[in-house]
Design a protein around this ligand. Structure first.
Ligand SMILES: [Zn+2]
Length: 195
């Protein structure tokens, strides 16, 4: 049980490493652009914002009684960023840009590439229920933008999430290495250039 929990924790850490690191870098960049003071808590907010769409894993658990890769259908809706930006910009441009860019980088990360755990998100929802992936292959044919129906995704993502996490992150594919390197890079930037 403890081993399983530790394994799950390590896999989740690696799965979130790229998004979390980009969140830190975005806080750094926008604090410089807007001359906004930063603190540990704002960096933590950047990490949480960059990861927040994935809490739909828990929504999937509640509504579908399962947790697997096919959870990107509850909080992964990019078109909602426009009204969100509009609303937040009344209060603070720093937070409006930070929140929206953290979410956009998460959505782009979920959509780009050809790894097995990439099938995109519902970029056009509520106008289309299909998933859109960038720079990937479908039936061995490469395309800049691929379209998947929910039914195709359901067929593709059928494993339970422990084996999905383990295969995609714990066996150290390139993505896990990129996540760790990006995390180290973000820490170096924050500690050396943050002042
Ligand atoms: Zn996601």
């Amino acid at each position: 049980m403890i081993k399983k929990t530790l394994k799950r924790g390590a896999a989740l850490f690696l799965a979130g490493a790229i998004d979390g690191s980009l969140g830190v870098l975005l806080v750094f960049a926008f604090s410089k652009i807007f001359h906004h003071p930063v603190s540990f808590w704002i960096y933590l907010a950047g990490i949480i914002l960059a990861l927040i769409p994935d809490i739909d894993l828990f929504i999937q658990k509640i509504f579908e009684k399962r947790c697997d890769g096919n959870h990107r259908k509850y909080l992964h809706y990019p078109l909602f960023i426009f009204p969100l930006f509009f609303f937040l910009s009344f209060f603070s441009l720093f937070w409006a840009y930070l929140v929206c860019l953290c979410l956009i980088t998460h959505f782009i990360h979920d959509s780009g590439g050809n790894e097995e755990n990439r099938w995109g998100i519902k970029w056009l929802w509520p106008f289309s229920d299909n998933y859109y992936q960038f720079f990937g292959k479908k039936r061995r044919k490469f395309s800049v933008i691929l379209e998947w129906t929910p039914r195709e995704i359901e067929k593709r993502v059928s494993e339970n999430w422990d084996s999905w996490l383990s295969k995609n992150y714990l066996k150290f594919p390139a993505e896990s290495f990129v996540g760790i390197l990006l995390g180290i890079f973000a820490l170096i930037i924050v500690f050396w250039r943050g002042g």
